[in-house]
Design a protein around this ligand. Sequence first.
Ligand code: ARG
Length: 593
Amino acid sequence: AIKTDVERVGSVKQQLSRLAKVSLQALFPDEIEPLIAVCQAKFGDYQCNNAMGLWSQLKGKTTEFKNPNSIGQAISKNLPQSEIIESTSVAGPGFVNINLSNKWIAKNIHNMLVNGIEQWAPVLSVTRAVVDFSSPNIAKEMHVGHLRSTIIGDTLARMLEFSNVEVLRRNHVGDWGTQFGMLIEYLFDQFPNWEEAGDQAIGDLQAFYKASKKKFDDDSAFRTRAQQAVVKLQGGEDRYRHAWQNICEISRKEFDLVYSRLQVQLEEKGESFYNPYIPRALEEFRKQGLIKESEGAQVVEVEGYGIPLIVIKRDGGYNYASTDLAALWYRLNEEKAQWIIYVTDVGQQQHFDMFFTAARLVGWLPDPSKNTYPKASHVGFGLVLGQDGKRFRTRSSEVVRLVELLDEAKQRCKAELIKRLEDNGKIVDWTDDQLESTAEAIGYGAVKYADLKNNRLTNYTFSFDQMLNDKGNTAVYLLYAHARICSIIKKSGKDVEELKKLGTIVLEHPDERALGLHLIQFAEVVEEACSNLLPNVLCEYLYKLSEMFTGFYTSCQVIGSPEEASRLLLCEATAVVMRKCFHLLGITPVYRI
Ligand code: ARG
């Protein structure tokens, strides 16, 4: 019978681990963590790998077992009865190969179709997490690095949210610091009536930043005023605070253009937010004697970097590190987050390593080898390169305007889509709105997928031609593959909802079974992508899913075959899982092409 309540059983791996645990408990007095892995060879679907390790502990101390193989045999024999397992076998040094039951795989898929993909949400041990991502700096450009952070961070947040983790999506914008003195003073100079003119006064904020920087460098009287302005701003003087807010607001509007195009949700808590918490955070270090004086600055000594972590600058001001310490304090104590994840380029790795070490010294974070919460993780990523192998820039300007980049992806997709539809004579069925939204889904999806599909630490080359190719591992290919599955189902003329109620899934053909097995592994893939903070793991799964579907569709006739009902359900399950992958990657699915 199909369960209708959402019972959180976890991934196949987790379910097998529970069975193996029962077996291990029956055999050994100590608690042993089951080691379950996907079987790489053809001996089974999964394997339990505990025997070898146990043998090396028991050798010479046991008469019960004579070799690792006999431990494997015992583990296998003591596995509790379960509908999950069809058969087991024990290979050489004690690997227990597990074959899943076809019936159970089929039932599991059917259950997902009836009760929703949430059935396949992984069960994680964390309940609340902060994902600190995007985080551009006010008045400076939001560059491709911030785009990567936005895309990767959003995906991580989505995967954790799907796994029932409460995620605090934080935009740690750089909205505090000495550059504001210069910006505000320049605003007062150039636009005495800025308050009436509003946003119009400043116009292009980046040009404004450049001009004020030039004046700051060239004009010493201005420099002095700018420095005094910082003090006035930080002291809370009205006119200065107001000007600061105005400048932040202009930046925010620009950032929001990118976020709304990408459909990314973020809550801004910028550096300024944590400023009032810095003294008390540093006080905890001081009380434990962890703050020292070094060349006029106040520092925390962290071993292994050759330099200390500066927390108060020589001029008495706070910095990036002291702000991050206060933010960490806040996230742990006020927001009660268990896992705090920071998404920035790898260039900032040392900063994060150093302040994590400092947080361990003061006792906020446990030793990472203990593998307990709370936990802080830096998710680093590589550079985006242009075709010339250098840091990516657009032709027109020295910086890449992100909005223009996204627009170009969409325009190219629209042109391609129109051409395709004209060629197959379907263009008459499409309104311009439909063309627009489809081009948007494909174009933005392509930019995101190109970013996510590689291991995040590697640099990647930005190429419209590559990412918009409809063959190979691209979003375009995958979105089309999904649309094709939808059209197979449509063409059959069958009502999927009816099929779900009446039909059963049968996995007879090897390609049907292979597809079925891959489908039910969805939960453990998301689980792995979350635990290791690697979105590319999900991309690989998705690409393989579409390949396996092609394999199935090539060898198994769907429409008009005796197995039609079952096979249509497999098509539907594939489409549902693909859509969930798209959703987790922040990509909008396309239903027809
Ligand atoms: N604003 C920084 C930058 O543009 C990124 C901030 C990342 N988050 C953090 N908590 N340090 O490089």
